[in-house]
Design a protein around this ligand. Sequence first.
Ligand code: NAD
Length: 429
Amino acid sequence: MSALSLTSETPIVVVGLGYVGLPLAVALAKKFNVVGFDISEQRIAELKDGFDRTEEIERERLEASSLAVTSSVEEIRDAGVYIVTVPTPVDENNKPDLFPVRASCETLGPIIGKNSIIVFESTVYPGVTEELCGPILEEKSGLVCGEDFYLGYSPERINPGDKVHTVDKITKVISGQTPEVVDILEELYCAVTSGGVFKASSIRVAEAAKVIENAQRDINIGFVNEITMIFQKLGISVYDVLEAAGTKWNFLNFTPGLVGGHCIGVDPYYLAERAKQINHDPRIILSGRAINDGMADFVAERIGAQLSGAGKILVLGLTFKENCPDLRNTKAVDLIQGLKVRGFTVDVHDAAADPAEAKEFFNIDLKGDLSDLPDHSYVAVVGCVSHDEYKDIQMSELERLLEPGGLIADIKAMWRDKEKPQYIRKWQL
Ligand SMILES: NC(=O)c1ccc[n+]([C@@H]2O[C@H](COP(=O)([O-])OP(=O)(O)OC[C@H]3O[C@@H](n4cnc5c(N)ncnc54)[C@H](O)[C@@H]3O)[C@@H](O)[C@H]2O)c1
């Protein structure tokens, strides 16, 4: 790559082809010369075969796309733009695990060209792109950051399973080391999204904007989860309260729930870590996290309190959110564990998850068809994740699965308006 410019011939490489990287790479490939790179050979083999296990891109679209995919570093040498979309999880102590970001920089350093632009989309705290990634890329390339190659940051806002706010429609926040880099990123992202771009005033501002978007959601859900706990003890349904309060023009619309997944339950820890590094105690951020992390056990305790002694419970839903196969950091597992420690045996069904992943990640054997489960064998059926299949379930089917007097526990209020069968009890948050 010899000059800082963008044409339809400019080689663009997307690094990390997961929930974020693959849809972006497919969208970019409509307009540019794009190669997708992933260290997972299995992922590359599946994609070459037209199969996307994240269910973001259907087989026909994948097969029709001009996107090339590879796990060979040699095939991504000297590109004009590299867009890094690798994971940013936390470790077992909820500390940011920046290993994949570091590793991607170590991979890219030796192969970037003069005038390459390296844009990070992974969610990080302010400073990571310029203070961590830039120096690694410099060291591994022998080039000077800001003179020979350039940094950019553009956070990703898509939502797993969300088919409305897709990569081709949302507004992209962009930032770059120089105005020329920002211009190139504007051209690049405007070619794929009808939502346009917002030019953040610096890379650190763009990093900060992303991490607070998710921390804000976490804190708001934390508030609703806390009032849920209070109202449960007062014998009031929080959904009744939210419905009433929601008639005020400026009341914020959040509902209680188990906050899992790769983003909302993780990103606040990134911001908290940065705060601690500069001797600020992030009290609200960590309070929200603590409440949300304790929600699964609270729900297990409430369900247990309504059932006398042991018995078998059927949990409907294991993924971290509805209509999406993503099992990462799902808090349904904490709920299942909370029921088990209270003496119950737990069967699990999920309408969207891959049974092999459920086994591999959590040693859970998902049940097959609901209609094959025996009659009247559960003391409770817990509606844990509101997959469409569960929303549409007939109450008579739940009655068939439950012992007489059994409990329908509706965590997501998905059966709120359905009349319960006569000899079945119903409980919701
Ligand atoms: N999932 C979302 O909806 C979402 C939304 C907004 C932002 N984000 C952020 O985007 C980033 C990516 O998230 P994701 O959900 O797509 O993750 P993911 O786990 O689905 O995908 C990441 C991919 O990167 C690959 N990878 C890991 N290390 C690599 C390396 N060193 N080089 C090349 N490939 C590597 C993995 O094999 C995997 O295929 C994270 O920072 C996340 O917080 C995710």
